[in-house]
Design a protein around this ligand. Structure first.
Ligand code: SF4
Ligand code: SF4
Length: 353
């Protein structure tokens, strides 16, 4: 397995890492998948999990192999009755972090992420005096983690945070389906030039690339993600050994099998009518941040409107109902998105108008 430096942390990581999230409901698969992954040279495991039993099984599995892996844990994730939730309470985060070390049977992790940094509100909460960033810095000083990072989905937010110089790693979705994501390329370039390690999550775009009429293979997906500047490793989630083996085919694949250029071209053509959050439609006559509203709408229509989504929407300085339907934005959108119709749907969903 080829390895890369994880930016300025100096840690060597395998170019493919293993995310544990998909194994949470399948605890019997943890030991075989983890052992096989390590045997094939994977040295990075992400712990975006919050279930004590699952952590304990992983700890048991890693007995005698702890030194072979870089473990990346997360601050800000918790659970209530088995349901994932976010927390920015530093006392709760610290208690959970120590539980994680106990469950894993280790005295430190290698990377500790401040998780879900997606909106200005998250940044404010995390960086407030005595907040989660201060906790993370202390844990690093005490040797309980070797490096600090952030995980999130908003490239602009990640760009802002890495300027703070406290964080040496960024975990961000990078996949062929998100090729046109505004700010994505800038984030990758910034990580490369600042020496910030870039962990690319969701290389398979949540599986949507496999469900197309012309499916894109896991090998092509990994090949695209690892070809992006600054990427240290691609983090794959698998449910079982069969999925692991299908992804590890990348290691022996030919150049022809890895070639993603035709798939990328097709994806770009298929974007008509779909917002890619590129901001070409701005400025808006009503100062609406159109791409932000479109992103919130897409998430709400896919996953439902949660409390966090409503709070983020309420923070916007101009909302969808402020749209005066002038149509200027529509003329500027290269992807022929019906922006006015989307603003009407957002107003209905978030404001009940
Ligand atoms: S509506 Fe069109 S121009 Fe505006 S962000 Fe979306 S894709 Fe880009
Ligand atoms: S149509 Fe609505 S969203 Fe588009 S520029 Fe005009 S006010 Fe802004």
């Amino acid at each position: 397995m080829k390895t890369n430096k994880l930016g300025r942390t100096g840690l060597d990581v395998s170019v493919i890492g293993l995310g544990m999230e998909h194994l949470v409901p399948l605890p019997d698969n943890i030991a075989p998948v983890v052992h096989r992954a390590l045997d094939r040279g994977i040295t990075y495991i992400d712990l975006m999990i919050w279930v004590p039993e699952v952590m304990s099984i992983l700890g048991e599995t890693l007995k005698g192999r702890r030194d072979q892996v870089i473990l990346a844990a997360h601050l800000s994730t918790a659970q209530t009755k088995g349901q994932y939730r976010r927390t920015r309470n530093p006392q709760e985060c610290e208690a959970l972090f120590h539980d994680i070390l106990d469950w894993l049977g280790t005295d430190h992790v290698d990377v500790l992420h401040l998780s879900n940094l997606d909106a200005p509100r998250d940044y404010k909460e995390v960086t407030s005096p005595g907040g989660v960033l201060d906790l993370a810095l202390r844990l690093k000083q005490e040797g309980q983690t070797r490096a600090l990072g952030l995980s999130g989905h908003d490239p602009q937010m990640a760009l802002k945070v890495i300027e703070s110089e406290h964080l040496d790693v960024v975990m961000h979705p990078i996949n062929i389906a998100g090729d046109a994501e505004p700010g994505g390329k800038e984030l990758a370039q910034a990580c490369a030039s600042l020496g910030v390690g870039l962990v690319a999550m969701k290389p398979f775009a949540g599986g949507q690339v496999f469900q197309r009429e012309n499916p894109i293979s896991p090998v092509q997906c990994l090949s695209y993600t690892l070809a992006q500047p600054g990427v240290s490793l691609a983090l794959m989630g698998v449910k079982n050994l069969a999925e692991l083996e299908a992804n590890l085919r990348f290691l022996d694949a030919t150049d022809e099998e890895k070639d993603f250029s035709a798939a990328l071209q097709e994806l770009r053509q298929g974007l008509a009518g779909t917002c890619v959050y590129c901001n070409h439609c701005l400025p808006c006559s009503a100062t609406i941040d159109i791409a932000v509203v479109m992103r919130m709408l897409a998430a709400a229509e896919r996953y439902g409107v949660g409390e966090d989504g409503l709070a983020d929407y309420a923070d916007l300085s101009a909302q969808a109902s402020d749209c005066i339907e002038c149509g200027d934005c529509k003329e500027r959108c290269p992807f022929e998105v019906d922006i006015i119709a989307n603003m009407r749907r957002a107003a209905q969903l978030f404001e009940g108008i």
